[in-house]
Design a protein around this ligand. Structure first.
Ligand code: PBG
Length: 335
């Protein structure tokens, strides 16, 4: 017996709601808005200068005055927050990352200047030591080992310095055990109860960070890899344990990093913990889309917007993305 298409589908004609633009909009489950975007920017010392980053076409390192202009642009576009990452001159880096504790280092100098010029934008700073160490690791290196507790002590102190400079959110990207609790205690002791923590709760030992290491100048100096402190890309239960630990230690928001290859983690974090969940669409993800677009192999703009929407669908509340200003412009045009 042969059944007609009509008998098989019955009333389940899912294409009905896809027919018109108005009906597609009406049944749309997820939307990307400018309020979902966090813009990571790279800093360099000096005045009125920008430096291109080979593996990240369209992204530049900015001197602090240029970073102020970027923050103003973000503010005008309605982007809620920026995240700063410094490229520290090599002569200021050492084994323990001591310059991270300098009240007037590049991160803190930028935070003060941006806060003064653009007070109503959120500033997120990273307390990991990698921009400041001469070996490129996120913590203190001793006898070939990244020593956990000594690193945590330094990271918590660096976080307090960042809060003193005016950072709104401390985002530790280092993956040392216990660093969220230590940062929370240190912030509270110093009177910064209102400074929040966005933990890089599930940061994987990923090859997608390559272009970032060029951007902050750790590519050439990094000794070995980060597998002894970042999560194995094969693991998802471990990612849940990390997230739970960070929440218990006081994280206000959690992050999954990288982004697109780890959407399963985003969904699982959101479903398990129901807390503010963010993804970092990292440098390598940006580079892949840009490279394909530059070759004419992909429609870069559409892939950018689709990739950002995918994070929303996976349960994320927001996305750190180098595309933030471009996506915001497109969203603004759409009105
Ligand atoms: C390290 C750090 C990394 C990124 C931000 N902070 C990874 C790394 O160098 O191992 C990656 C960001 C990106 O790739 O866009 N603390």
């Amino acid at each position: 017996m042969h059944r007609s298409v009509d008998e098989i589908t019955g009333s389940k004609r899912l294409r009905r709601m896809r027919r018109d633009d108005w009906s597609r909009r009406l049944v749309r489950e997820n939307d990307l808005t400018v309020s979902d975007l966090i813009w990571p920017i790279f800093l360099i010392e000096g005045q009125d200068a920008v430096e291109p980053i080979d593996a990240m076409p369209g992204v530049e390192r900015l001197t602090v005055d240029r970073a102020i202009a970027a923050a103003q642009r973000a503010r005008e576009l309605g982007i809620p927050a920026i995240a700063t990452f410094p490229n520290i001159p090599i002569e200021k880096r050492d084994r323990t990352g001591s310059h991270s504790l300098d009240a007037d280092n590049l991160i803190n100098h930028a935070t003060r200047a941006i806060k003064a010029a653009v007070p109503d934008i959120g500033i997120i700073t990273d307390a990991a030591l990698d921009p400041f160490t001469d070996h490129g690791h996120d913590g203190v290196l001793e006898g070939g080992i990244i020593v956990n507790d000594e690193s945590v002590e330094k990271i918590a102190k660096a976080a307090v310095g960042q809060a003193m400079a005016g950072a709104d959110i401390i985002a530790p990207s280092d993956m040392m055990d216990g660093r969220v609790g230590a940062i929370r205690d240190a912030l509270d002791d110093a009177g910064f109860q209102d400074v929040a923590i966005m933990s890089y709760a599930t940061k994987f030992a990923s090859a997608y960070y390559g272009p970032y290491r060029e951007a902050i100048g750790t590519a050439g100096v990094l000794k070995g890899d980060k597998k002894t402190y970042y999560i194995d890309p094969a693991n998802t239960d471990e990612a849940m344990r990390e997230t739970e630990a960070d929440l218990l230690e006081g994280a206000d928001m959690v992050m999954v990093k990288p982004g697109l290859p780890y959407l399963d983690i985003c969904r699982r974090v959101k479903d398990t913990f129901q807390v503010p969940t963010f993804a970092y669409q990292v440098s390598g993800e940006y580079a892949m889309i840009e490279a394909a677009a530059a070759n004419g192999w992909l429609d870069g703009e559409r892939v950018m917007m689709e990739s950002l929407l995918a994070f929303k669908r996976a349960g994320c509340d927001g996305i750190l993305t180098y595309f933030a200003p471009r996506a915001a412009e497109i969203l603004q045009e759409k009105g």
